[in-house]
Design a protein around this ligand. Structure first.
Ligand SMILES: Cc1cc2nc3c(=O)[nH]c(=O)nc-3n(C[C@H](O)[C@H](O)[C@H](O)COP(=O)(O)OP(=O)(O)OC[C@H]3O[C@@H](n4cnc5c(N)ncnc54)[C@H](O)[C@@H]3O)c2cc1C
Ligand SMILES: *[C@@H]1O[C@H](CO)[C@@H](O)[C@H](O)[C@H]1NC(C)=O
Length: 558
């Protein structure tokens, strides 16, 4: 094709691109009404599917919650681990145990799902979803494919299926943007309602994102293919290219939208996310804003704009909640201060004096902003410890004991242990190391708390941690020892298994462990097994007592 031919074709196509369509025949109007209705119907089916899944999950969670409560009540103040009640609750229901083993908690294949897949030692391809998650995602995928094709007459001699499929994929892409935006937020109410972790929603967010991209591309493709099929290849292509100009808002914004969606897909593989998390996040948000604005303009005057509005509202509420929590927690009563102290073994201890603290519970994590180190970025960390003091008394901080258990307590300070990685955490470590005395004070903002669990209804609790993962377990250990001493839990045995590289990592939590080991009745319930994988000499490995034992290596000492 010579350039002149292209120009002629362009010129020939311009009237098509801008012309008002010829007035539709009654037959066409009837078809359009029918098509619009079936698209609305499909939106309803999707909404009902979501509602049914959420309802089923709610019933499941409430049942589990009730069972736990009963188990805890039945075992309060009842004997040892070999006590009849403890035994009764320790016998699992076989079917449920099987379901858990093979479906609910099962990895997809042999590999544990949280271990990353590596192509080589430098590249990881990400984590695989678990079996139940895979089932859900596959089901959702199949449902979307089905919704893209059902009720459309794929054999119509007038080729109406191009328009029908174009409209259908477009509607579904916009509809899926609602869960896409909702599940992206860490304040998504489904997290606490269904007791499903943000991690899982994040996984679903990524897969729904992929579905939206595919639907957007299909939407664009059906539009192009329709033009080509109806006008012939030459005119059709020319029409497509002439339409993609700023003065044709519908097509221009649609093109930008689809391109930004594809760009998001290309910049978000696990390798990129993990290697350049901060850059990934900023580009991701920028592209999402471009895509959303483009789609918004694309939908001007179309009823589907209200679906997009729903998605945008989900996002706006989440962001406002974050801001609200941030302001309330850190500016209520002075400003939150953090003391950052370098520790042996490439870690820092951050002690937070939060302006308006909350009731500390085991399993909580926060997002921390530290402008002097990380500007506006935030990073998630588990709360490893809280020092509490009675709210209405001037007494010095007491260790947790029976007396103050029921007193209203406010945390005077909360602490984090942060392992040095390569970005924000590395900067923080180096700053502390260079500061006088190995520590510095700075202003920090804490967003949270997020999440918490209780293991108090279980007779035997085994906690495993490797390295800095101990931050999540220490509060559970303290919680269970205190609850046991007060006769408030079903727990009779707690075993903490901690795998560390070198004994100097013990320093990270030494003061807290000393407190826990000194607690009332601790010996009756707590056992600690330490495995040191890279001791400098065997002399370093010695067991302080029978309830705290240290072994070299990975557990061959067991
Ligand atoms: C719920 C939760 C609790 C955590 N608790 C602790 C803890 O108690 N102690 C501890 O040392 N670490 C904890 N982490 C890990 C900690 O968040 C990361 O190590 C830290 O954000 C790395 O920052 P960096 O800039 O040095 O990362 P980099 O060295 O740039 O990257 C290291 C890894 O951290 C991930 N990462 C980087 N920034 C973020 C971010 N803003 N959000 C999420 N992931 C990120 C990257 O994907 C990468 O895999 C926790 C993480 C989560 C999700
Ligand atoms: C497709 O959607 C557009 C915009 O809502 C509408 O004008 C057109 O009639 C629809 N076509 C069909 C076949 O449903």
């Amino acid at each position: 094709m010579t350039p002149t031919t292209v120009l002629v074709l362009f010129a020939a196509a311009i009237p098509y691109a801008f012309a008002q369509d010829a007035p539709p025949t009654p037959e066409q109007i009837a078809h359009q009404t029918w098509a619009d209705n079936s698209n609305t119907q499909i939106c309803k089916y999707t909404a009902w599917t979501w509602a049914a899944i959420i309802a089923a999950m709610l019933v499941y969670r409430w049942t589990l919650h009730l069972l736990r409560h009963v188990r805890r009540l039945a075992n309060l103040n009842h004997g040892t681990t070999s006590d009849g009640r403890q035994k009764y609750f320790s016998i699992p229901n076989e079917n449920y145990a099987k379901a858990k083993r093979h479906l609910i908690s099962a990895p997809l294949f042999r590999k544990r799902h949280n271990r990353e897949f590596h192509l080589s030692s430098a590249m990881n391809v990400g984590t695989l979803p678990g079996r139940l998650q895979t089932l859900f995602l596959a089901g959702y995928f199949v449902m979307n494919i089905a919704f893209c094709v059902i009720t459309i007459n794929w054999h119509d001699s007038n080729k109406t299926y191009y328009d029908d499929a174009r409209n259908r994929t477009g509607v579904l892409a916009v509809l899926n943007m609602i869960p896409l935006f909702l599940l992206a937020g860490r304040n998504n109410p489904l997290i606490w309602m269904l007791d499903i972790s943000f991690d899982t929603y994040n996984l679903i967010h990524r897969w729904i994102g992929r579905i939206v991209v595919i639907e957007a591309v299909a939407h664009t493709t059906f539009w192009m293919a329709g033009k080509i099929a109806i006008m012939g290849p030459a005119k059709g292509w020319a029409m497509v290219t002439t339409a993609m100009v700023p003065s044709n808002q519908l097509i221009f914004t649609g093109t930008i939208g689809t391109c930004s969606f594809v760009a998001i897909l290309l910049q978000s593989p696990s390798i990129v996310r993990h290697a350049f998390y901060e850059t990934f996040l900023h580009v991701h948000i920028a592209l999402a804003i471009v895509a959303t604005s483009a789609v918004w303009m694309h939908l001007d005057t179309l009823p589907q704009q209200s679906l997009l509005l729903g998605a945008i509202i989900c996002w706006a509420i989440e962001r406002s909640l974050r801001l609200y929590r941030l302001v309330r927690t850190n500016l209520g009563n002075g400003v939150t201060k953090a003391e950052v102290e370098a520790l042996p073994g490439d870690a820092v201890r951050v002690t937070l004096r939060i302006a308006k603290p909350w009731k500390f519970q085991p399993g909580q994590h926060i997002y921390m902003y530290m402008p002097s180190v990380g500007l506006w970025t935030s990073h998630p960390f588990s709360l490893a410890w809280s020092d509490e003091q009675p709210a209405f008394s001037a007494e010095k901080t007491l260790p947790l004991s029976r007396q103050d258990l029921f007193a209203a307590r406010k945390s005077a300070s909360m602490s984090l242990i942060i392992r040095r990685r390569t970005g924000f955490t590395d900067k923080m470590y180096r700053k502390a190391e260079l500061a006088a005395g190995g520590k510095f004070m700075t202003t920090a903002f804490v967003e949270g708390p997020y999440g918490h669990q209780s293991f108090q209804s279980y007779g035997t609790v085994m906690l495993f941690a490797a390295g800095v993962g101990i931050t999540h377990q220490v509060p559970h250990v303290r919680d269970l020892v205190v609850a046991y001493a007060n006769g408030m839990c079903a727990t009779r045995k707690v075993t903490l298994v901690w795998i560390i590289q070198s004994p100097e990592h013990l320093e990270w939590i030494r003061p807290w462990m000393t407190q826990i080991l000194g607690m009332e009745k601790r010996r009756e319930i707590l056992r600690i097994l330490l495995f040191v994988t890279r001791p400098r000499s065997t002399k370093e490995i010695h067991s302080p007592s029978s309830s705290v034992q240290m072994f070299p290596g990975w557990g061959d000492g067991c």
